[in-house]
Design a protein around this ligand. Structure first.
Ligand SMILES: [Cu+2]
Length: 315
């Protein structure tokens, strides 16, 4: 979530939005952000089981730092992901919920209701986000996972205060984060001591090219995903794996991946098998997949329409 000032200026300029036109509406009441009291002791292992429902993360509130593998099971009826945003020093989960998530949902509500255009919505969001939002860091996370599936992603957690979030959109136009999938996480200085996983497929993400190296044969693979640059805009670079039905078009999948126009039911005929979620420049995550014969695509959520997608077939 590297939100650059240049980008904010750009969207405001593009939207032709004067100061008056960009005045935010009055707050409409708090977004639901259930919190839990952090456990006294962090989870000691580097392998963490997480269960998702519509709309909650059943996950430990405190972890060790270092390499950590998340095994995430989706028991809901919608696809979900789980992002880790590290907050800047001194910022709290409650501030993120009130100053980031809530304005986002309110401006999106106006867009969803047809009151403002896409560019006006983006400009309004840019005008309302606090300056410190530019220092929120995308540390990775578990990629899109279809209902009934378990996916596994390994991320490097550094000590600090985090927000865990899913911003897939509900049928009613609410970010899952606004419905409960926004949670605090504390990461302790003490490390898990886990080693970097061994991998056999490498995906490099830049602005805006996805380079895949490695053989996609049937069987189990661990995919290393490395972001070489920060993406412009609100979100980082990411990659998800989708298995497509025979009659699902790539165009349909690409259209669905955009959080502005879609990322909500109905979902195209595809199974999301996990991935590596938003990473800032220089960061790497790893995810494990089992490939069976069929059609697949490595696909970015934020930049699929910019060409960050690669289709492949497993024989
Ligand atoms: Cu979700």
């Amino acid at each position: 979530m590297r939100f650059t000032r240049a980008w904010a200026v750009l969207v405001i300029a593009l939207a032709g939005c004067g100061l008056m036109a960009c005045q935010p509406p009055e707050p409409e009441g708090p977004v639901e952000t259930p919190t839990e009291t952090p456990a006294t002791e962090p989870v000691e292992t580097g392998v963490v089981e997480v269960t998702l429902e519509d709309y909650s993360f059943l996950a430990p509130p405190r972890l060790r730092s270092g390499w950590t593998t998340f095994r995430m099971t989706n028991n809901g009826e919608q696809p979900h992901f789980m992002l880790f945003w590290r907050l800047p020093e001194g910022k709290t989960f409650d501030e993120y919920a009130a100053e980031v998530s809530q304005p986002f949902q309110q401006e999106f509500d106006r867009f969803y209701a047809g009151e403002v255009s896409r560019d006006e919505m983006l400009a309004n969001v840019a005008g309302r986000l606090p300056e410190w939002f530019g220092s929120v860091e995308g540390m990775g996370g578990v990629g899109l996972t279809s209902p009934g599936r378990t996916s596994e992603t390994t991320v490097l957690l550094e000590p600090g205060d985090y927000v865990m979030e899913c911003y897939v959109i509900s049928p009613e136009g609410k970010f899952h984060g606004s419905l409960g999938m926004l949670r605090p996480l504390i990461v302790d200085p003490e490390s898990t001591g886990m080693e970097v996983p061994e991998w056999d497929i490498h995906i490099s993400l830049s602005n805006y090219v996805m380079s895949v190296e490695g053989e996609t044969l049937a069987g189990e693979h661990t995919v290393a995903v490395h972001a070489t640059e920060n993406a412009e805009g609100l979100i980082g670079h990411d990659v998800h794996l989708a298995r497509l039905e025979a009659d699902t078009s790539i165009e349909e999948l690409v259209e669905w991946m955009s959080w502005i126009e879609a990322l909500r039911p109905p979902v195209p005929a595809a199974e999301f098998l996990g991935g590596a979620d938003h990473l800032t420049a220089g960061r790497t995550s790893y995810f494990t997949v089992t490939l069976e014969p069929g059609r697949y695509a490595w696909i970015s959520e934020g930049f699929a329409s910019a060409g960050m997608i690669e289709e492949f077939v497993v024989e």
